[in-house]
Design a protein around this ligand. Structure first.
Ligand SMILES: CCCCC/C=C\C/C=C\C/C=C\CCCCC(=O)SCCNC(=O)CCNC(=O)[C@H](O)C(C)(C)COP(=O)(O)OP(=O)(O)OC[C@H]1O[C@@H](n2cnc3c(N)ncnc32)[C@H](O)[C@@H]1OP(=O)(O)O
Ligand SMILES: Cc1cc2nc3c(=O)[nH]c(=O)nc-3n(C[C@H](O)[C@H](O)[C@H](O)COP(=O)(O)OP(=O)(O)OC[C@H]3O[C@@H](n4cnc5c(N)ncnc54)[C@H](O)[C@@H]3O)c2cc1C
Length: 658
């Protein structure tokens, strides 16, 4: 306890200033804390026994908490907007089994429903007269949305759609909130009218009775069973047997079916029906920041408190964070989490800007948003998932206990590499965009590409390189990414030249394509970090905070160069003989950050309640917390301290003649 207090005292970081910056100002932080305190002081959200609950208990508690939040806490705290709602969900912790209602069902209606449809459905949804989910994925298809098999066949006589699951593989499988709770779903299905298949469109379908919650006629529905994690979420299955819905349950903002069955195609892009996926992908980088920053808070605080090995006689054992390997592991991750933070801010801004253009039927930014949000979602969820596991390992044996908080963080984060688009698949979408832009640049010298891909027109290694210079770092990335894009594009065109069809040529280059998308996205993240710490808000910070952010930016940028040095050397961006200098800059910046490490994670401002970790306690009283935790263990609570398995099994073994 004294150690962590001493670390805080010695740190020169203006912690409060950084917290205000991260959350968008003092007012936002005070509001966040108001929400946290309301949750912490309400016994409904008690977490004392959380880690010992069974799957069914976890689910029931989570639904109870969710309903309590909607009916009591949210009105009391006047929570309306998406950010405050997420803030509340985040402090309550665990999964929110009703989250798909507000995160996907409602945004789909807002984004894709006509004005009349919004008027009809949104008040019902806002007031929880109905509970919605987003039922897109089927047993046979998740990635390949165009391959979904559920049909919606229009009947002009009754002016209804007939929703049907024609095959076993067409059964909807995975959607959250579907298994137990939802009364309605957004159902992407193949629209068939006048005998023609018009592709995937979104429909609103009622699943359960609003009187007694039983399944509607023709609907078979349930929960898909235990998963890797996500015990609190009712991921479900859904089978349709010719379920009838009115014509105007087709979401008709972009395309329509007229009463006689005439199809009116979207004026602009058919991909607008994928809009909700783009929204969540943009949000997932923020989610990655939250999860990884919690893991780092736990690992860094514990690495201050934990001592291991007396390295000099008569002196205290060494703090884990004073081992250079531990510093390297955790402080490079600290740099990463700031990288994710800045790019998540930029991605959300790009989403908002694109959305306002789309409202004016301007599609200009859509390809960039799709490519960028796909890449950023993939890289930030990869980094967060791997980073959480790294934090667990960095905490030794105690990291493996549920009480560390890591298992929950990992289980909740790792599926984000799959849901909302598998990360490899999304990186291939980013690559598709890069290859297209490269082609345009090559074919039309007057074409000026978007800022983030400008390196495709020019990328030059600076002379007399200074690895501490952000501009030089960016130039190195530009050379490297350009070479990666060239390599992938060349591989595709070589395939085509030897007679492969488009798919085979593309598939043969898949590894290079994913590599170029990864490299591009890392470049975008480094660029975002560098540009954001050059903004006025940061330039107004205390000099020491600016200095630490610059150190973290260098670490983030240079550590990737070091880890992927093969790519940079192959591109002629750096020479092998320069690697040592890069190592030294990283090492010296890590040493600069080390004294501020605990204050940096304090700046994330997570109360102990949110971390749910005996290792990550703010006061550093780790060993007392471990002892308290074990007192709740039901396995220790049997008469005379003797567990029933003794009578049932081990006694027999001990007394057996063998
Ligand atoms: C409100 C804020 C919320 C924040 C939330 C924050 C945190 C949340 C925390 C937790 C979340 C909790 C739960 C999560 C629940 C998860 C829910 C789901 O998983 S829902 C299901 C998601 N499914 C997918 O993502 C499927 C992935 N597949 C696809 O997206 C597509 O099929 C595809 C891989 C992109 C391919 O599509 P298609 O075959 O149609 O396209 P192509 O032929 O390859 O390309 C054609 C053309 O279209 C462009 N394009 C593709 N997609 C889009 C798009 N979305 N937008 C714009 N453009 C798109 C593509 O670029 C091609 O263009 P061109 O090159 O010009 O031809
Ligand atoms: C916890 C969780 C919650 C979910 N919630 C929802 C929900 O609310 N609503 C909903 O509709 N869905 C939901 N899903 C489903 C999720 O969106 C899909 O699982 C996801 O999109 C991946 O699709 P898939 O399962 O078909 O994977 P697959 O496409 O079968 O992928 C398997 C592997 O094949 C590779 N692969 C596939 N296609 C290609 C390709 N074209 N090129 C190269 N490689 C390829 C992938 O990289 C991956 O490694 C959820 C899933 C999970 C795990």
């Amino acid at each position: 306890m004294e150690t962590i207090a001493a670390e805080r005292k010695a740190s020169k970081l203006a912690t409060k200033e950084l917290t205000y910056f991260l959350y968008g100002g003092e007012e936002m932080v005070l509001r966040k804390r108001e929400i946290e305190n309301a949750v912490i002081s309400d016994p409904t959200y008690d977490i004392t026994k959380y880690h010992y609950l069974t799957r069914e208990e976890l689910f029931e508690q989570a639904v109870k908490k969710s309903v309590h939040s909607i009916t009591k806490l949210m009105p009391e705290l006047d929570i309306l907007g998406v950010f405050e709602r997420h803030s509340l969900t985040s402090v309550i912790g665990g999964e929110n089994p009703l989250s798909l209602h507000t995160d996907m069902f409602m945004p789909t209606i807002t984004g894709q429903g006509s004005d009349e449809q919004q008027e009809k459905w949104l008040p019902l949804a806002t007031n929880y007269k109905i509970i919605g989910c987003y039922a897109q994925t089927e047993m046979g298809h998740g990635t390949y949305v165009r391959g979904l098999e559920t049909t919606a066949t229009y009947d002009p006589v009754k002016q209804e759609f007939d929703i049907h699951s024609p095959t076993l593989t067409s059964i909807k499988w995975w959607p959250g909130t579907l298994g137990v709770n939802a009364t309605h779903a957004i159902v992407p299905a193949r629209l068939i009218t006048k005998g023609e298949d018009k592709g995937i469109h979104n429909f609103i379908v009622q699943l359960r009775s609003l009187d007694n919650h039983t399944a509607m006629k023709g609907i078979t529905i349930g929960d898909i069973g235990p998963k890797f994690g996500y015990a609190e979420m009712d991921n479900g299955f859904l089978k349709f047997e010719h379920v009838r819905i009115p014509r105007d349950n087709l979401l008709m903002r972009f395309s329509q079916v007229l009463p006689d069955g005439t199809y009116v195609r979207p004026k602009t892009s058919s991909k607008l029906s994928y809009g909700t996926m783009v929204l969540i992908r943009a949000g997932l980088s923020k989610f990655s920041f939250e999860m990884l920053s919690r893991a780092l808070t736990i690992a860094i605080r514990y690495s201050i408190v934990r001592r291991q090995t007396q390295n000099r006689p008569g002196e205290a054992e060494t703090q884990l964070l004073d081992y250079v390997n531990q510093q390297h592991t955790l402080i490079t991750l600290l740099a990463t989490v700031f990288g994710i933070y800045f790019v998540s801010q930029d991605t959300i801004q790009l989403y908002v800007k694109t959305q306002s253009q789309l409202n004016e039927e301007n599609m200009e930014l859509l390809p960039e948003l799709h490519a960028s949000s796909s890449g950023v979602k993939a890289i930030s969820t990869n980094l967060a998932s791997q980073g959480i596991e790294t934090c667990r390992i960095a905490c030794g044996g105690h990291g493996y206990s549920l009480s560390s908080g890591f298992p929950f963080l990992y289980q909740s984060t790792t599926p984000s590499m799959t849901y909302e688009g598998d990360n490899n698949v999304l990186l291939l979408q980013t690559a598709r965009y890069l290859i297209k832009i490269r082609k345009e640049v090559q074919e039309d010298p007057s074409y000026s590409p978007p800022d983030n891909v400008n390196y495709l027109t020019e990328a030059v290694r600076p002379r007399n390189i200074n690895f501490r210079s952000p501009q030089h770092q960016l130039a190195l990335y530009q050379c490297m990414v350009r070479a990666c894009v060239d390599r992938a594009a060349t591989k595709v065109s070589q395939g085509e030249k030897i007679g492969l069809d488009y798919f085979d040529a593309w598939n043969a280059a898949a590894v290079e394509l994913i590599q170029c998308a990864e490299a591009h996205t890392h470049y975008v993240m480094v660029k975002s970090f560098i540009e954001n710490i050059d903004k006025e808000e940061v330039r107004n910070m205390s000099p020491y905070n600016q200095f630490i952010l610059k150190c973290l930016s260098d670490i983030f940028s240079l550590n990737y160069i070091l880890n992927k040095s093969g790519l940079f050397i192959e591109a002629g961006a750096i020479y092998g003989r320069e690697l040592n200098e890069i190592r030294e800059v990283i090492q010296s910046q890590i040493l600069e950050v080390r004294p501020a490490a605990v204050s940096l994670v304090d700046a994330f401002d997570y109360p102990d309640f949110v971390l749910r970790s005996v290792l990550g306690r703010k006061d550093g009283d780790v060993y007392t917390a471990m002892w308290e935790w074990v007192q709740h263990n039901p396995r220790n609570k049997h008469k005379n301290g003797v567990h029933p398995v003794y009578k049932k099994y081990t006694r027999k073994l001990l007394r057996a003649k063998m």
